[in-house]
Design a protein around this ligand. Structure first.
Ligand code: RB5
Length: 165
């Protein structure tokens, strides 16, 4: 397995620890993050990891910034990316089983390295369950691809009309 990992300047120690932890498990880690304490714009790492995942050059991605929020928001702008920021292993597991996440993110200022290890372990162990979840994942893709969700349009139009009245 090959994973890409990225970070900003506040998450260097966490990134190094998680990268080495996963490397020690035999996972090939592609580190595209910064190792400089200079201020670093997290979208750069989020975008790099997301592109590598979306292009199928790696099997998944790990993103870490202060909260995990900005870097996952950036990654989610790349078509085909389902990145989830989480602070607990349960959410990490379910994000793969139900939402087929291909990037996991967390905050170096929010959780400690041991929780981060549990998160990546649960996420990597989990399998996407498909089935009923595929309908919902397809809906997410529909919003991404068309800017609309057919299943919501009728009710939304009625809501618009009442809000404008
Ligand atoms: C950097 O100060 C901080 O904004 C960043 O690490 C992250 O938390 C953004 O979401």
């Amino acid at each position: 397995m090959r994973l890409a990992i990225g970070n900003d300047h506040v998450a260097i120690d966490m990134k190094n620890e998680i990268r080495d932890y996963l490397s020690a498990k035999g996972i090939e880690m592609i580190d595209v993050g910064t190792n400089s304490p200079e201020r670093f714009n997290y979208p750069v790492s989020g975008y790099k990891v997301a592109r590598l995942v979306a292009e199928g050059l790696v099997d998944g991605g790990v993103l870490i910034c202060g909260t995990g929020v900005g870097i996952s928001l950036a990654a989610n702008k790349v078509p085909g990316i389902r990145a989830c920021v989480c602070s607990d292993p349960y959410t990490a597991r379910l994000s793969k089983q139900h939402n087929n996440t291909n990037i996991i993110a967390f905050g170096a200022r929010v959780i400690g390295p041991e929780t981060a290890k549990m998160i990546v372990d649960e996420w990597l162990k989990a399998q996407y369950e498909g089935g009923r979840h595929q309908t919902r994942v397809d809906m997410i893709a529909e919003i991404q691809d068309t800017g609309h969700l057919q299943a919501a349009e009728e009710e939304l139009e009625a809501l618009r009309a009442s809000l404008r009245a």
